[in-house]
Design a binder for this molecule. Structure first.
Ligand code: GCW
Length: 679
């Protein structure tokens, strides 16, 4: 609430009609009730000479303006506007922010724009009402900015209610049914709108028997959730099972080229839109980790995706089809099969064969959300397909919301990566046509995200989806301001300083004390928490490091390895191929090298492993020390929760350090040059 103070103490006029405009009005009214301001609708009759324009007496005007009038309206508040922006359209979600004659003005063409404009004002606080400012035009970089919930309806025997969820239970589902108490859903929609997120998938991509029925006889549950999210401009999507025509429809096949199957999808989808007219679309994990898919019928993934796309097209829905397809029953003895290659090998031959409303959803790295991976080469290889990038906001491989790990610097590196070299488009440019998707980190935990500081990842995901060029540290600063606005006013300096000290570099710190130099997957099998260097080494999952007495790393070169480097365009295919040019942080992802190999940093591989693991633990210890400075400054319950998690992070980081260092010392026999104790 505190973050709304600047708005709540002012006289505001909100012009426009519709659900989202009502939301804006209600938000402002709520703030005014608390801070003494007022909110009005426009007067019923136009202003005349004897009845002065109401706007004259307002501090803030939020107004819907028809597209055709926008340039005129904008020029009225800012004469330079036309010169700088032409008649640039704001579209469905954009807004203009201007400050003119002591009035702050937000203009939008569509209601969602007004809502995002409001939350932008909240971010700006008092500074939105300061001096005259040049008109700013804000428009999201991509239309689809969404979170996928891996929430199960039934409690799964292994994965629980939320697969890879670290924030309590689902806010939607409980023990096989929709929760009777959905009171968290409305506030969740509000939180999402404040971050810039406009869609969610309400169930896990692994679609089990009960979850499959959300598409048919349990659709009412989905509609109930959609109703609560609609006022915040958040649309609902469903994960569906490719086998649904068989398991739900009783058909003998789910073959995508079968007429009966096509008709079944068309009819099921028609009913979905009858119940939820603004339904977003389907999400499909097919032929992956045991989920059914078109391969079972000898059909391609384009055939599979297109049958759903055709069913959705009349209603404007999209299919998001996941590219996470690989052989999870690999023989570890077979060094020619490379999981990193799989998505590219499966999908690039299909480029151009997907319908316009199919979005291929690609994990940002070629393996699986590790703390460090190269960017997936699929993102540079399908110019005729709409591509979305998938991030993991839930911290499966980055500390499971027990560790502080602010991921925005990592995502921002990925989004800024230029696959064709510095002058070419970036990953953010490529994803503009498909969208940005994050796996949600939210549950019914009182702090939403288990670790209170993990909220910053949710916030930053939404902000980067809106504008990928934002500086992650500046985004963190916004989050701190909004979240801790209620702390003692004189405390804001120390809260900001301390949190930046803890969080800015926390992803790199996490990287330091876990798997080294991009090799990944030294986690405990199953739950993926904590170290187990050889846990996956002799498993069927395709995630190996190949450490022996002489060296470590995966040879993915064309010259002598799996050839994965050849999936990249120039210049990267040659940069990664070359052991000399490959960036240090990805060396072991692309190359198998001796322990004595010298990095660009000047250190050897083995010494780098020791040094970063010692340093990582020291940094975590420093985080915990810093946090103590906020005792008595921030909310006591929040302070205690973070303290407890930092204790665990220190414990776990030490375990990582000792296991990784001991493992490589024993393999290599090379002592630490600085003589520190390695168990
Ligand atoms: O990282 C892996 C997870 C699985 C997950 C899968 C996926 C939902 O360990 O739990 O399944 O990725 O992305 O489909």
């Amino acid at each position: 609430p505190e973050a709304f103070r600047a708005i709540g103490s002012r006289r505001t006029l909100v012009c426009g009609e519709g659900t989202l405009v009502d939301t804006v009005r209600a938000e402002v009214a709520r703030a005014c009730a608390r801070y003494g301001g007022s909110v009005d609708r426009p007067p019923p009759r136009p202003a005349s000479a004897d009845r002065p324009a109401a706007g004259a007496s307002y501090d803030l005007v939020l107004a819907l303006v028809p597209a055709a009038l926008l340039p005129v309206a904008a020029a009225a508040v800012d004469v330079g506007y036309r010169r700088r922006h032409g008649s640039g359209a704001l579209g469905e979600e954009g807004f203009l922010l201007a400050r003119h004659a002591e009035v702050t003005v937000v203009l939008a063409e569509a209601p969602a724009g007004l809502l995002y404009g409001l939350f932008h004002l909240v971010r700006l606080g008092e500074s939105a009402f300061g001096l005259t400012r040049p008109t700013e035009l804000h428009r999201p970089a991509t239309r689809l900015r969404m979170l996928d919930h891996w929430d199960n309806v039934d409690v799964h025997p292994v994965m629980g209610q939320v697969e890879r969820g670290y924030a309590g239970r689902s806010i939607f589902w409980r023990d096989g049914a929709r929760r009777a108490d959905l009171t968290r859903v409305g506030p969740y929609g509000r939180l999402l709108a404040a971050c810039g997120v406009n869609a969610i998938a309400v169930n896990n991509v692994n679609v089990h028997a009960t979850e499959a029925r959300l598409l048919t006889d349990r659709l009412g549950d989905v509609a109930a959730i959609a109703d609560l999210l609609r006022p915040y401009g958040v649309r609902v999507h469903l994960s569906v099972s490719f086998a649904a025509p068989v398991t739900l429809g009783g058909l003998p096949t789910a073959d995508p080229l079968d007429d009966g199957v096509r008709a079944w999808w068309a009819e099921a989808t028609r009913q979905v839109y009858e119940t939820i007219p603004d339904f977003g679309g389907y999400l499909v994990k097919a032929d992956s980790e045991g989920q059914p898919g078109p391969f079972g019928y000898g059909r391609s993934h384009a055939d599979g995706a297109n049958v759903l796309a055709d069913a959705l097209a009349p209603f404007g829905g999209v299919v998001r089809w996941r590219a996470f397809v690989y052989n999870h029953r690999q023989d570890w003895r077979d060094r020619s099969t490379d999981r990193a290659r799989a998505a590219y090998d499966h999908f690039t031959p299909l480029d151009g064969r997907f319908r316009d409303n199919v979005i291929l959803q690609v994990k940002h790295g070629p393996i699986d959300f590790q703390p460090r991976e190269p960017v997936s080469p699929v993102l540079a290889a399908m110019p005729d397909t709409r591509l979305a990038v998938e991030f993991q906001v839930t911290q499966e491989y980055t500390g499971q919301q027990r560790h502080v790990c602010y991921l925005a610097p990592w995502w921002s590196e990925v989004l800024g990566y230029a696959p064709w070299g510095d002058d070419g488009p970036t990953v953010a440019d490529v994803a503009a046509g498909g969208g940005l998707v994050g796996v949600s980190n939210v549950g019914d935990d009182p702090f939403w995200t288990g670790h209170p500081l993990a909220q910053a990842n949710l916030y930053a995901f939404g902000r980067l989806a809106w504008d990928p060029r934002l500086d992650p540290v500046a985004v963190l600063d916004e989050w701190i301001g909004l979240t801790f606005a209620g702390s003692a006013p004189d405390a804001s300096g120390i809260v900001r300083r301390t949190l930046h000290g803890i969080m800015d570099d926390s992803w790199r710190t996490y990287e330091r004390y876990t798997a080294p130099l991009g090799v990944g997957f030294m986690v405990r099998p199953g739950d993926h928490y904590g170290p187990d260097v050889d846990g996956y080494e002799y498993s069927p999952w395709g995630t190996y490091h190949f450490a022996d007495r002489d060296g470590v790393g995966v040879d993915r070169t064309r010259a002598s390895g799996t050839g994965f480097t050849g999936q990249y365009p120039q210049p990267w295919r040659d940069v990664y191929e070359s052991v000399e040019r490959c960036p240090d942080e990805l060396l072991l992802f692309f190359h198998h090298v001796p322990y004595g190999h010298r990095l660009h940093s000047g250190s050897t591989v083995i010494q780098h492993i020791y040094d970063t693991h010692f340093a990582g633990v020291e940094q975590v210890t420093a985080m915990r020390r810093r946090w103590e400075q906020l005792a008595g400054v921030v909310d006591a319950g929040l302070h205690a929760r973070v303290r407890e998690r930092l204790d665990e992070q220190v414990r776990c980081a030490e375990e990582w350090r000792d296991q990784v260092n001991a493992y490589f010392f024993r393999k290599s026999g090379v002592p630490d040059a600085r003589g520190r104790r390695i168990p």
